[in-house]
Design a protein around this ligand. Structure first.
Ligand code: HEC
Ligand code: HEC
Ligand code: HEC
Ligand code: HEC
Length: 454
């Protein structure tokens, strides 16, 4: 395997894609229109979430006919674009997720872990395929080789496959038959995070990372676009389903990622490795840095030098968001976050993690759902995050990365849709391009340039 954390800079190819489409909204539809092949798309079902469990997973080939979701180019005859399979298959990482398990990196990871071939290891298949271990729940066209197929996100299709094409079928009807309601941004984030953060049954711990697996991160709006998305939020979509606002998606995505990170901290299965806490809970560069760096001299330690710091990147973003959206809630939330850090350092973080998670899911998510995200609110959020990034020297990489994704998501919800900032956002992503040689001062100065423009 290449040197340590080799795969992680891929994160920045993520940034690269994002960059090349800072006029984000336009790029994807455009590329969709350019790829016009008719394929056929059948859903494969995942036993993932809620309702899906009892239904059979049918396999992506089931959705792939050119009359269904396998058109080469978008069509106008129905509400949906009908080229979803083509987009998924040709342009996204998910259709490659199973194939990846046979590449040299995966083989080495498998060897280091002693699990044999990753393509037959449940540990890897849980996230790299629409994995249905129970063979009686697999439809005729179910294939592991689909990778992360349609049904990993949309739910096992057995019961909705036939009926969802009826002219009269509504989204709610489909949901009753096992389609997962991804229009709900909390549900959408949770589905993504089942793999992009993990659950008690599937987790990228420091052992997997040490064996060569990339570190995981996530932001709902950015990752949705990079997927790339295969739906268009046009008038018809808004009528049938709901409007989409990137600022709301950002806030709900950060809340859900925080909730899942807190669930990780609170989970006896994931938070420990033997006598030690699992090292993936912390900022990686708490440990992986040279003692010669100047950074440690001027970094703020919040009165806690020499301690491990929980990776609170998304939890910090939530605090910034609440400061703008609801200062009263922000105060109690920030107190809860502070308590998490101090009680964790004192050896008793589980209760604080559970309680903060409860606050997020029971109070903050509903509060954010009933907030309006008009463009002036998005501008307020953008200013808050940019000011934080510009005024906080030596941000850990994981936080800087969240700041960059926030800037990009939030600016696209402002009145100019962010196009006026595209060069500045490029500069921010450039400063993140090399994770191992991350130069925090360069990042800060890119943020200061952005701040000057707001
Ligand atoms: C908890 C879910 C999860 C598990 C378990 C998991 N992975 Fe992954 N893996 C991911 C995600 C998500 C990514 C993409 C990360 C990103 O780019 O943000 C990924 C990326 C990778 C990559 C990099 C792919 C690329 O295109 O460069 C390799 C290689 C990989 N995984 C191999 C494995 C192997 C081998 C196993 C089993 C030992 C495994 N994974 C287990 C979720 C998981
Ligand atoms: C990684 C998760 C994921 C995968 C994999 C995925 N989708 Fe989606 N899909 C979404 C999300 C999120 C939406 C937007 C929410 C919605 O409209 O339901 C969506 C929306 C759609 C829509 C709705 C478009 C509309 O205008 O109402 C269709 C149709 C669709 N997907 C088909 C597919 C097909 C077919 C596949 C497999 C080839 C697939 N999806 C794979 C996440 C996924
Ligand atoms: C069943 C597990 C699973 C689910 C559910 C899932 N993903 Fe993934 N995702 C993966 C894996 C595994 C990879 C890496 C695949 C590869 O590199 O070949 C990946 C890769 C990605 C990438 C590419 C990242 C990069 O570095 O280029 C994006 C973007 C992404 N996922 C977005 C999403 C979004 C958005 C959702 C939810 C709507 C979602 N994913 C749901 C498993 C999943
Ligand atoms: C508490 C300190 C600590 C934290 C936090 C930590 N690591 Fe490690 N890491 C280690 C130690 C110790 C080793 C194994 C010793 C060694 O071989 O250098 C290691 C090994 C590794 C390796 C294997 C290469 C090697 O040098 O053995 C990788 C890759 C790695 N860590 C990545 C990460 C990533 C990514 C994160 C954040 C998600 C992280 N680490 C968080 C201490 C840490």
């Amino acid at each position: 395997m290449q040197p340590r954390m080799k795969i992680i800079p891929n994160r920045c190819s993520t940034a690269g894609i994002l960059r090349s489409e800072t006029s984000r909204k336009s790029r994807l539809p455009l590329s969709l229109f350019m790829c016009g092949v008719l394929i056929f798309c059948a859903a494969s079902s995942t036993a993932l979430a809620q309702s899906g469990k009892e239904y059979k997973t049918m396999g992506a080939a089931t959705c792939a006919s050119s009359n269904c979701h396998g058109s080469v180019s978008p069509r106008n005859s129905t509400n949906v674009m009908q080229n979803e399979y083509t987009t998924w298959y040709k342009h996204g990482a998910h259709a490659q997720a199973y194939k990846v398990l046979a590449n040299a990196d995966s083989k080495r990871i498998g060897k280091h872990l002693g699990i044999g071939s990753p393509q037959s290891a449940p540990l890897c298949l849980e996230c790299h395929a629409t994995y249905v271990p129970d063979k009686s729940k697999r439809g005729r066209r179910y294939r592991l080789s689909d990778g992360v197929g349609c049904e990993s996100c949309h739910g096992a299709a057995e019961a909705y496959l036939e009926t969802h094409t009826a002219k009269t079928a509504t989204h709610a009807d489909n949901v009753k038959r096992g389609l997962i309601d991804l229009v709900s941004l909390e549900t959408r984030a949770k589905i993504c995070l089942d793999c992009h953060q993990g659950t008690d049954d599937r987790f990228v711990n420091h052992r997997l990372i040490g064996a060569g697996h990339p570190r995981l991160t996530y932001e709902l709006d950015t990752y949705g676009i990079l997927q790339p998305n295969h739906w268009e939020v046009d008038k018809d979509y808004v009528n049938r389903k709901a409007a989409y606002n990137p600022a709301r998606a950002w806030m709900l995505g950060q809340l859900m990622r925080s909730a899942e990170m807190l669930a990780t901290i609170a989970s006896p299965k994931r938070s420990k490795q033997g006598a030690l806490p699992d090292l993936s809970l912390f900022y990686c560069y708490n440990c992986h840095h040279s003692l010669k760096e100047d950074q440690w001299k001027s970094r703020g330690y919040g009165g806690r030098p020499g301690e491990l710091h929980l990776n609170a990147s998304s939890m910090l973003m939530v605090g910034l968001g609440l400061d703008v959206l609801n200062p009263a809630l922000a105060e109690s939330y920030n107190a809860g976050l502070k308590k998490l850090h101090s009680s964790y350092a004192a050896g008793s973080g589980v209760a604080s993690a559970k309680s903060l998670r409860g606050v997020i899911l029971k109070e903050l998510v509903p509060a954010v759902n009933s907030t309006s995200f008009k463009s002036s609110v998005a501008t307020g959020l953008l200013k808050k995050v940019v000011t934080y990034g510009a005024n906080t020297p030596y941000l850990p990489y994981e936080t800087a990365e969240q700041v960059a994704m926030a800037v990009s998501a939030l600016s696209s919800a402002t009145s100019g849709k962010g196009t006026q900032y595209s060069t500045l956002i490029d500069g921010i992503y450039d400063a993140l391009a090399d994770e191992e040689a991350f130069n925090a001062s360069r990042f800060t100065s890119a943020m200061q340039k952005m701040k000057a423009k707001l």
